[in-house]
Every structure is written in C-alpha cells, then in structure tokens.
Design a binder for this molecule. Sequence first.
Ligand code: HEC
Length: 405
Amino acid sequence: MATARAVSVEIDSRARYHLTITLPASGRAGRLLFLVALWPPSIFLAQAPQTTAPAPSASELKLDTGKQIYEAACIGCHGPGGRGQPQTTLGFEPPATFPDFSDCPTSTPERTFDWRATIHEGGRGRGFSEIMPSFAEALTVEQIDKVAKYLRTLCSEPDWPLGELNLPRPLITEKAFPETETILTMAANANGADALSSNLTYEQRFGVKNHFELSVPVNFSEQGAGTWIGGIGDMVLGVKRVLAHSSRTGSIFSVQGEVSAPTGNREKGLGSGVTTFETFGAFGQILPHFSFFQIQAGVELPTDTDKAPKAVFWRTALGRTFTQHQNFGRSWSPMVEILADRDLETGADTNWDIVPEMQVTLNKRQHIRVNIGIRTPINNTAGRSTQVMVYALWDRFDGGLREGW
Ligand code: HEC
C-alpha cells in the first residue's frame, strides 16, 4: 500500500474523532482522500445523547484521564490494551516498528518523554511513519502527558527497568542501564606523544535486566620520526546485570563483570599482554530539572601482576539535558566527568582527570547521537596527555542507522 502523505486529526464538537489520511497519486485512482471517523466508545455516547440538548464542545468532553483520552483518540489504531488493532480494522499496513505497548521487552526501554514527543509531533516529527498523527492541535500538552503515562501502565510486569532510567551516556563512565547499542569512541592526544585510539563497543540486551558487551580497541601511536604503528588492542567481553531500580526515586544500580584478553601486542605497546578481570558497580540517579548523575567504581585484577598492576577506579558524571522545541525536539546534554584511578602498589598516586563534554542527538528519532569532550589530567601530568574524545552512538533498539532522519 502507498504510504500516507499527510495525516490530520481532530475531535469535533459532537465528540467524534476524525482522522484524515491523504495518499499520494497512484495510477488512475488519482489522489485519494480517506476519511476515517472513529466513533469513540460508550463514554461519549453517554456524553452526547440523542436529544435536542446542544452537543458538548471538544473542550467539554470528558478527556480527564489517560485511559479516557486513549479510548477516544488512540484505540482505533493502537487497539485495546495497546496491543494494536488487527490489520483488517486498521485499513493500513502497520510499519515494522508499530508498537505493542503491552509488550514489556519492547515498550519498557522507551522513554515516556519520547512517547509524548511522538504524540505531539506525530510520526513525521520523530522520523516514524506518517500514519501516526500529530495530536498537537487535538490534545493539550497536559492531555498528552496523561495519555503517555497511561501507555506506561500497559506493561504490567514491574521487573523491567523503564527507559527513563536510561541516562545520557558519558564518554568514559559506564551506565547502569542495560543497552542495545553500538558505540564507536575515538581519542586523540592533544599534547605529548602522538597517539590515536578507537574502540568499537557492541552491547546487546538479553532477559529482563541484562546485557552483554564486546569491545574491540584499535590503537595507533607514533614510534618516532613519522613512523606509526597500529593494531588491535585487548578485547573485552562483559556482562551487566541490574540489581535494583526504581522509577519512583529515579535510581538504577547494576554490576558488571568483564574479562580483557591479551589480544593486543605488548611489545608494540598495543596491549597489556595479560588477561585481566574487571568488576564494577554502576549507579544512575535522575535529579530535578532533567539533571542526572552517574557513578561507576570498580577494580581491575590482572592474572599476572608482573605485567600489569591491580588497580581501582572511580568515575562520576554530572549533567543536564536541554531539549529544543518545547521538549519535543533535539536534545543537548552537557556533562562533566571526574575520573580517578590508582594502581594498587605502595607509593602509587591517584590520577585525577576532568572531562567536560556535550552529547547531542543527531536525527529526528534521536537514536543516533554524538558526544565530544576534552579529557584533561588534573594532576600527575607527566606522561599523561590531554585528549580530545568523541563517540558516535547508535541505539539499535530504535531502528537502523539510516532510519529516522
Ligand atoms: C491512524 C492510526 C493511529 C492513531 C489514531 C494513533 N496512532 Fe500512534 N502510531 C500509529 C502508527 C502507525 C505508529 C507507528 C509509527 C512507526 O513506528 O513508524 C504509531 C506510533 C506511536 C507511538 C510511538 C511508539 C514508539 O515505538 O516509539 C506512540 C507513543 C503512539 N503512537 C501513541 C499514540 C497515542 C497516545 C495516540 C492517541 C492519542 C495514537 N498514537 C494514535 C498509528 C496511530
């Protein structure tokens, strides 16, 4: 079926909900205009009895609760319980990303914040199918908030951590939320020896509270007089598990175990030459006004301490998200990270670094993001360079790389 060109929606003074879908010209049928009048259920029939009394205006309609709004304006497509109407009722072919709000694995990673933007802007505004209408005219922002919150109640298993707890990813501090993401991070020395490192991380969620990740570093460094050497570094495999989360307090806590294999060449300075186990805890907390902080603390345990020392590290990120276009558009998240690490050897110093950075969403669907920052040593600057760091992040959960622009 042809894709819809324009979709408009209105709720008229007789409590009828109208949806107009205009399709592109197709063959001799020419331009088609579909008018779908979805009659709201009994609540409106009770509201608009067949008497001579004047019909209530849209503003007088009982659209007080999220459920009432859903049943008036959404159920025609999204179906009872958010499970989607059968295609015969829909009259259009649902896109592959058509949501089932009752399906916890696919609905809980979404943020209510993004849902309300899709409801306000329509599918078009967020890089989704244009069949999803914009309700900017038909509903007030309060009503949109209510219906978005109602969508949240449709998954009834409380074990699933909600997308709200998925805070913006800092450059270095690891998050507590289990992800389905691919991230390419690059760092270049801004002073000292010339060096460039990159790291490709693949994270895949599994089960209710877990993800696994594989990290492949590729490093380059100048070995004097314009000679560069490069190659693969030590690959890391890790598993994360959420131990506690609460959307009421806005907190999430996870633990992760990792093993780093000596795949990098130690002689060339590309790897440590030793298998290392790492374990850490990660905590995320939502603060008022779209602010947040994240903490990660852990220990590195090499299997041969002659080659690499045991070490502890502590990382923290504080930030805030600003969203353009009255919270319906692009998100900017400035953050600052403070990093500390110390080798567990007598007399070793703690290294401190500071990283101011800015994460921004690139596409309409907001699932492709970049972050750029500068990592500066605060102390022990000998042999530790200032680095320019950048990552590109693709949240695979929300769609393909080229979708949603
Ligand atoms: C004309 C049919 C139609 C109506 C009416 C409709 N939707 Fe949709 N909606 C869709 C389609 C189709 C999609 C899928 C878009 C895509 O994935 O490309 C969608 C997607 C969404 C999404 C995005 C889900 C996600 O995965 O991010 C939300 C949220 C949503 N609708 C909420 C609502 C709400 C709330 C209402 C009522 C106020 C509503 N919709 C009314 C057709 C409709």
